[in-house]
Design a protein around this ligand. Structure first.
Ligand SMILES: Nc1ncnc2c1ncn2[C@@H]1O[C@H](COP(=O)(O)OP(=O)(O)OP(=O)(O)O)[C@@H](O)[C@H]1O
Ligand SMILES: [Mg+2]
Length: 263
């Protein structure tokens, strides 16, 4: 990240996108999964990515996080082109549907791990920061519990704290609430909204449309590996331009919300 930060100079660059994905393509063997995907995320912006199952949302996040090699195009973070996945890895935090906590470690130990072994902080400093991060997601009272004694919502908040404590430039969320029981979803969404209010730049995949409307500055809709809509959240939802997005929104609406034409 050192090089990336040194590359930021002058106002012109500061107004440039924080994250810029240009003409990204990705295929698995003969299967084209992403086709010419371009999107920008500006500093402090919250962008929600919507789309049907299989449209390529997770693949976009995985490419942006450096988990996947890309087959074409460019990913630029903070004004510097990522030449290899590891250029992105340290700068990007990722929260998945599955929490992937270490079951034999306490919440506090799970959050401390990266600070100790990646950031090389001493035990005391790492522990202090981890406690603060757990407190930020409302879990100060649960720091010494192992994941097995925490609810799904609490475990996901530990996973968020573990990611945020590493001070990423950009946070990615891939259906962070999809594995949770209905009544536990809200507490995780509250933690994500709190991060948004603190100015964290975020790219979020979610099926929670109401949450998307509340948290997103901008909404991007993907269909079959391409972006077909991209605009201010309220505008895009109130007036979808494409039949694909209208259908998608129609399918998410409750039956009594269905329009006369059936969409
Ligand atoms: N490792 C892989 N090998 C082959 N095909 C893959 C692989 N990963 C994903 N795909 C395919 O790429 C397409 C996009 O997948 P992706 O997981 O990005 O979709 P998604 O929009 O996140 O869907 P969902 O809403 O179900 O999570 C799908 O057709 C999927 O089958
Ligand atoms: Mg997915």
């Amino acid at each position: 990240m050192q090089n990336v930060q040194q590359d930021i100079q002058g106002d012109q660059e500061r107004r440039a996108p924080f994250l810029s994905v240009r003409n990204l393509s990705k295929h698995y063997g003969p299967v084209r999964v992403l086709n010419d995907v371009s999107l920008d995320v500006f500093q402090g912006e919250v962008v929600v990515l919507l789309g049907r199952s299989g449209s390529g949302k997770s693949t976009v996040l995985r490419c942006v996080s450096g988990l996947e090699q890309i087959n074409g195009g460019e990913i630029e973070l903070l004004g510097a082109v990522a030449r290899k996945p590891s250029d992105l890895h340290g700068a990007v935090g990722f929260v998945f549907q599955q929490f992937n906590l270490f079951p034999h470690l306490t919440a506090l130990e799970n959050v401390t791990l990266g600070l100790r072994w990646v950031k090389k902080l001493d035990r005391r400093t790492a522990t202090e920061r981890a406690r603060q991060a757990l407190s930020d997601v409302g879990l100060e009272a649960h720091a010494d519990k192992k994941p097995g004694r925490l609810s799904g919502g609490q475990q996901q908040r530990v996973a968020i704290a573990r990611s945020v404590v590493m001070e990423p430039k950009l946070m990615l969320f891939d259906e962070a609430t999809s594995a949770l029981d209905r009544e536990l979803v809200a507490e995780v969404l509250v933690a994500i909204r709190a991060l948004a209010r603190q100015g964290m730049t975020m790219l979020i995949v979610t099926h929670e449309l109401h949450f998307a409307e509340k948290v997103a500055d901008r909404i991007i809709f993907m269909h079959e590996g391409t972006i077909v809509e991209d605009g201010p959240a309220a505008e895009v939802i109130a007036a979808p331009r494409t039949a694909q997005f209208r259908q998608f929104l129609g399918a998410l609406k409750a039956p009594d919300d269905i329009d006369e034409d059936g969409q």
